[in-house]
Design a protein around this ligand. Structure first.
Ligand code: GLC
Length: 482
């Protein structure tokens, strides 16, 4: 089988969130199992992309409304990512350091529609020229969700009409909604099908993808169910498309996320050496923040957006510290400027107990996973969540709100097979109680380390989930060849 992954992000080339981690790791596992999976993203001006040798494999020109644009398809020369990797070079639109917006100001780029429409058009333009077509187009999130529509409705791409498509929803909050006048950027299509582009009066890329694709998947079974109840306006559509939908849990890339080999750590450890290993990493981490390493460390890593519930943390951590809780609190992330201010103020106020690193820092993230005792995730919703999986792999106990993928991967300690602490309500009280239950366990070192070891042994690698994707591909393939 020959699968094409189309995405806006792929680690390590371009990362904003978990989408990049998934697109940068699942294809590796699929390729290893004999399913050739190529990844295609836009050619941004990121440091990583600039450092790689690429060769041009196709140059073309395609329409964007009344205008046209030139583009090149470039393939990464060495295959060291573990899968064939392509970038589409459209300099006017993507030769910028940010993925979705300006890195300095955080403002979203204003030509979002033109950028991702032209990316998708270029992809199809290239693929229609290939003698050997892919067996499946696998689109990730709204930036590539117009592909199933264009393949089935645009006259220009008629030769791709019968090829199967999948849309995977990593986050239904973001849908790519535009006014209908952006339709003018699409190549000519069957006008009687214009309704496919519409959802609640706007051009909605994700909705269009869900309607037109062969199969829908999302990144955990619970999130699949939740989408039918709450998905920022798409509920009815998810109910309607239930038959072609399924949830498959994400996995983690064990070649990157492994405390025995992690290139970012100065102290490696395994299940057997967990206690010493975590101790050494914790000491280093606490030194960095001038914390007392004798106290438990509770961390949060993530974007400060509604979804992640980071706005609960200032009050939660203040409440705990004011109460005299003997613990250290660390935040790593960026986002809402109000929260930046709040966290900065708290760093000064609770010096020695609280600190925040307000940036994107992959190395520090690894060090925090290794050096913390607990990882807190108070998400309002969470399609899958990867941080709790990374945490567990590093023997760090997750404290999570029981929603979406968090619910599917973290079992409360009160139950058999418990792997962490969960809470239901998005309130200070519920989150506070979960943290306090964690800190209580921390007092009983034998039990505490037994749990750390247990969660470190859980298998959240891609092995099991990659198999489920392969099943889905095979099912689709048997329909096209059967
Ligand atoms: C998005 C979701 C996150 C998920 C990731 C990868 O970032 O918010 O929950 O783990 O995509 O699928």
């Amino acid at each position: 089988m020959n699968i094409f992954y189309l995405s806006a992000e792929c680690y390590p080339a371009a990362k904003v969130g978990g989408l990049a981690d998934v697109v940068g790791s699942l294809p590796k596992y699929l390729c290893r199992q004999g399913v050739k999976t190529s990844v295609v993203i836009p050619k941004y001006r990121t440091d990583w992309i600039q450092d790689q040798p690429f060769e041009t494999v196709f140059s073309g020109e395609a329409p964007l409304g009344r205008d046209s644009f030139s583009f090149e398809v470039q393939k990464k020369q060495d295959d060291d990512l573990g899968f064939p990797f392509y970038v589409i070079d459209i300099p006017d639109r993507f030769d910028r350091p940010g993925i979705y917006g300006d890195l300095q100001s955080g403002a979203a780029y204003e030509d979002d529609a033109e950028r991702f429409f032209s990316f998708q058009i270029a992809v199809l333009e290239w693929i229609r020229s290939l003698a050997e077509k892919p067996d499946i187009f696998h689109c990730h999130d709204h930036h590539t969700a117009l592909i199933p529509f264009m393949m089935t409705q645009c006259h220009r791409f008629k030769s791709l009409q019968k090829l199967p498509t999948i849309v995977t929803v990593h986050n239904a909050e973001y849908q790519g909604r535009y006014s209908h006048d952006k339709q003018k950027f699409l190549p000519d299509f069957n006008e009687t099908k214009a309704g496919l582009l519409d959802w609640q009066g706007r051009l909605n890329c994700l909705a269009t993808g869900l309607k037109c694709c062969w199969k829908i998947s999302t990144v955990s079974p619970s999130y699949m169910k939740e989408l039918r109840q709450q998905s920022n306006g798409l509920e009815r559509l998810f109910v309607h498309e239930k038959q072609k939908s399924r949830g498959i849990l994400n996995g983690i890339d064990e070649s990157i996320w492994n405390p025995e080999t992690d290139a970012y750590l100065s102290h490696h450890y395994s299940v057997q050496t967990l206690e010493e290993g975590k101790h050494a990493n914790k000491k280093e981490l606490c030194n960095k923040f001038s914390f007392d390493a004798g106290r438990p460390v509770i961390s949060f890593i993530g974007r400060f957006v509604e979804q992640k519930g980071a706005d609960l943390l200032p009050d939660l951590f203040s409440m705990l510290i004011d109460k005299g809780t003997d613990a250290n609190f660390i935040i790593l992330g960026t986002g809402n400027p109000e929260l930046h201010k709040r966290f900065r103020r708290m760093s000064a106020e609770y010096i020695g107990f609280f600190d925040a690193s307000l940036n994107y820092n992959e190395k520090l993230a690894h060090q925090i996973y290794a050096g913390s005792d607990f990882m807190i995730m108070p998400s309002r919703f969470e399609p899958c969540g990867l941080n709790q999986l990374y945490a567990m792999r590093y023997g760090t106990i997750p404290i999570v709100r029981a929603v979406g993928g968090l619910k599917d991967t973290v079992v409360d300690i009160a139950k058999p097979n418990g792997s962490g602490f969960t809470f239901r309500d998005f309130t200070l009280e519920a989150a506070g109680q979960a943290v306090e239950r964690g800190l209580e366990l921390y007092q009983y070192k034998t039990k505490f380390y037994a749990l750390c070891q247990k969660i470190m042994k859980l298998d959240y690698s891609w092995n099991a989930s990659a198999q489920k994707y392969i099943e889905m591909y095979q099912q689709i393939n048997s329909k096209t060849h059967g």
